[in-house]
Design a protein around this ligand. Structure first.
Ligand code: GLC
Length: 566
């Protein structure tokens, strides 16, 4: 069996659990999750068997965009705790062998950030305004925005200020974009990276990593179509706002800071770019890793999974990075729900789920049982792949999307800026159920900030804790086996792979087989150590994944079995 990777590259095959702090656990009963809540759940996190947590923003924020509107990058929101709590949390997690990755949001600050307040008070052309992107408007009186660029959250990407100038915000108006051509902006972020690295943070998830470098040459051109993985709407690097080559100069500077620490701090880019461009973000001279959202977009179809896995592993190998697999996060409809909906040929699973959300979650009617079954199979498949895996809080409970949040309780700016035409992302951010009943299902002592449905009770941690067939048990067993089997970053397709079955092996003979079809299929030879659904008379049923170790007297297998059982 291969040795584990050197400590410096602990992240290469790590399982990282994403915590959305305001919805994880609430220690003081105000309805909002906090650092005290995380501290109180360190034992739970340890029991999962994860290698690291990634915390979505916990910084002071008015919560216009769930905390991705940051007032101060070097503090904790008072509602969530203090820097002392942060240190306690980090020490508690480290004490249990869990690394800490935090979210850094460099594309924009909040409009309450000291810099933006200063910019508003300062005159046109001042150094304070140059930290952001202020421009005069078009038309004789400058009353039209400098360009027709739309915000990602709906509505225009420019907002006018009192003296008539406009500022750019690719997201909400409360999230003014920073000017990364400004040296002071760059230096300040380097200081922020040092601030948290000095506190023992192990890595950074970089929000909107592909958006920092912009071509702001005037006159501004209308934007070409938004780049989607798979599309090549403009030559790479030529879009005025996204994925420009110059952005990597910024990450080269960040890398220098990361490498001043031992082990070097890790980075993972949130970069929605063409797969062929991902490697630049993930290069050792850059952030080291970049999210690969291809599985998250895929439909539950054998051919799509096969293509994504094959292409992404080939791409990763070319760049010397390790890939990152993701099925759910705080921005998309949960995968248990996506897979409860019929696949549509012209849409990714995300696209189909967004259309379903728009219907209020009723059309088409989701088959939740099927969704859960497929989600469990997908997760077991993902956890068998080489590279790191990012899990999103609640998926280990098999949570589905909450589609029926009343409009007046919604928080996401996507909902508010679209006048309700888009439902937004609140449905995957509903606070976790820890107990089967009680106020907010054990999330806290009071009502939770987003309403929880009654069906959360049977999916709570308490309800699943002692059920060996539960999704929680499946995740724990899978992570425990993954750790024991600890394979090198290889994957070999097995002859059993066809239009309905994916079958591959990892080093040491560990095999993973998934049946995407509708009929049970024979299992490969060996011992099934884990299956996402019960086997059917020795066959692998539909929508099921199994992990298998080869039969004795295979010498490798003997060695594997012996070390796995230690
Ligand atoms: C990223 C975050 C998302 C946020 C956006 C703007 O995509 O994942 O939640 O709204 O950036 O910061």
């Amino acid at each position: 069996m291969e040795m584990s990777p050197p400590t410096a590259e602990w992240w290469r095959q790590a399982v990282v659990y994403q915590i959305y702090p305001r919805s994880f656990a609430d220690s003081d009963g105000d309805g909002v999750g906090d650092l005290g809540g995380i501290i109180s759940r360190v034992t739970y996190l340890t029991s999962l068997g994860i290698d690291a947590v990634w915390l979505s923003p916990f910084y002071p924020s008015a919560l216009t965009d769930g905390g991705y509107d940051v007032d101060d990058y070097r503090d904790v929101d008072p509602q969530l705790g203090t820097l002392t709590d942060f240190d306690e949390m980090t020490a508690g997690l480290h004490g249990c062998g869990i690394k800490v990755i935090i979210d850094i949001v460099p594309n924009h600050t909040s409009n309450r950030h000291a810099w933006f307040r200063e910019a508003l008070a300062a005159p046109k052309g001042s150094p304070a305004r140059d930290r952001y992107i202020f421009r005069d408007g078009r038309g004789p009186d400058g009353a039209q925005p400098p360009s027709d660029w739309p915000s990602m959250f709906g509505g225009p990407a420019w907002t006018r200020v009192q003296d008539g100038q406009w500022y750019l915000h690719l997201f909400a108006a409360e999230q003014p974009d920073l000017n990364w051509a400004n040296r002071e902006v760059r230096d300040d972020f380097l200081a922020t990276l040092r601030f948290w690295s000095d506190r023992g943070v192990d890595g950074f998830r970089v929000d909107v990593a592909h958006g920092l470098a912009k071509d702001l040459t005037e006159p501004f051109e209308p934007l070409p179509a938004e780049p989607n993985p798979g599309d090549q709407p403009v030559p790479h690097g030529a879009h005025p706002l996204w994925d420009r080559d110059e952005v990597h100069d910024i990450y080269a500077e960040w890398r220098q800071v990361f490498n001043q620490y031992d082990p070097p701090r890790a980075g993972v880019a949130e970069a929605w770019v063409h797969p062929s461009r991902r490697g630049r973000y993930a290069s050792p001279a850059g952030l080291g890793q970049a999210f690969n959202f291809d599985l998250l977009e895929a439909n539950w179809r054998c051919g799509e999974y096969l293509r994504v896995i094959t292409d992404d592993l080939a791409d990763t190998q070319q760049h010397g990075a390790s890939t990152t697999w993701v099925l759910s996060n705080h921005d998309v409809v949960r995968h248990a729900t996506r897979y409860a909906l019929p696949a549509q040929d012209d849409l990714s699973s995300i696209g189909a789920a967004s259309a379903w959300l728009l219907s209020g979650g009723v059309s088409p009617e989701p088959d939740c049982g099927l969704g859960t079954r497929r989600a469990r199979a997908a997760t077991l498949l993902m956890l068998a792949l080489p590279g790191s895996a990012y899990l999103y809080q609640g998926e280990e409970l098999g949570l589905h999307e909450v589609a029926d949040i009343p409009g007046d309780r919604r928080e996401d700016p996507v909902f508010w800026r679209s006048g309700g035409a888009e439902k937004g992302r609140d449905g995957c951010r509903v606070p976790l159920p820890w107990t089967a009943d009680g106020p907010s299902f054990g999330f806290g002592a009071g009502a939770a900030h987003l309403p929880q449905p009654a069906w959360f009770g049977p999916l709570s941690v308490q309800a699943q804790e002692h059920d060996s067939a539960s999704t929680l048990a499946l995740y724990r067993q899978a992570l425990s086996w993954r750790r024991k089997l600890r394979a090198a970053e290889n994957l070999e397709w097995m002859p059993g792979t066809n239009g309905q079955v994916l079958h591959f092996s990892r080093s040491g003979g560990w095999q993973c087989v998934t049946n995407f079809g509708s009929r049970a299929v024979p299992l490969p030879r060996g011992t099934v150590v884990l299956a996402s659904s019960p086997l059917l008379e020795g066959l692998l049923p539909a929508d099921t994944t199994a992990w298998i170790i080869p039969p004795a007297p295979d010498r490798v297998a003997q060695h594997l079995t012996a070390s796995a059982l230690q």
